[in-house]
Design a protein around this ligand. Structure first.
Ligand code: SF4
Length: 214
């Protein structure tokens, strides 16, 4: 019990440092809030201008006990309509990529750096990323994954805070909040450039070996 209380205290301290001053208290106060409860709580967020074009808030979905969290840059058209991440053609390819390394989509957690769709699929601006990042950091603090897979240069630049090409990001693994982090192509880029799939396959094999080793 003491360990759980310690964990809860650390979590509250973490939220404070992340700029979140208001917290949801579950009926069972010894448990951390579940992501579905937080999704409902945050769905009308107006912390940046991306709320203006929002049809649906796209918080994320998958296992709250995932060893692996996949992170893209932001929702597209299909995601904005459905409220679910990676459900269009790119999402279907992402599911196949996971299947290729024997990982089921329902066993991972999938989300984005920003939770509302940028107009015309433009890249999110730095102030929008900054406004939305506490939600992602909170998701990671709850899930406590062993690995992150960042999909595309925008997500990698936003979280790793480095100006590198995607090829340079892919050369090494990284750390984000103490979590071992891989970078590969965004599935939309792979749909536009099928010749890059062989490079993504190299990244996925490295991740799979690591994933299976724990
Ligand atoms: S993108 Fe994030 S910070 Fe901006 S309105 Fe949506 S949920 Fe809020």
């Amino acid at each position: 019990m003491n360990r759980e209380l310690d964990c809860f205290r650390q979590y509250l301290e973490y939220l404070k440092l992340s700029g979140i001053n208001e917290v949801f208290i579950s009926k069972d106060s010894s448990e951390l809030p579940v992501l579905s409860e937080l999704q409902s709580r945050y769905q009308n967020c107006r912390n940046c201008v991306l709320n203006e074009n929002r049809i649906k808030f796209v918080y994320g979905e998958g296992s709250e006990r995932a060893k692996l969290v996949l992170i893209g840059e932001g929702p597209g058209h299909d995601e904005n309509v459905t409220g679910r991440p990676f459900v269009g053609r790119a999402g279907q390819l992402l599911t196949k990529m996971l299947q290729a390394i024997q990982i089921r989509r329902e066993d991972v957690y999938i989300t984005n750096v920003v939770k509302c769709r940028p107009p015309n699929n433009r890249n999110p601006f730095p102030d929008e990323i900054k406004a939305c990042l506490p939600y992602l950091d909170e998701q990671l603090a709850i899930i406590k994954p062993d690995f992150l897979l960042l999909l595309g240069k925008v997500a990698a630049s936003a979280l790793l805070n480095m100006k590198l090409t995607l090829a340079e990001f892919r050369e090494n693994t990284h750390q984000y909040k103490g979590i071992k982090t891989y970078v590969t192509y965004h599935p939309s880029a792979l749909l536009r450039n099928p010749g890059w799939k062989k490079f993504a396959w190299i990244d996925l094999q490295k991740l799979r070996d690591d994933y299976n080793s724990i």
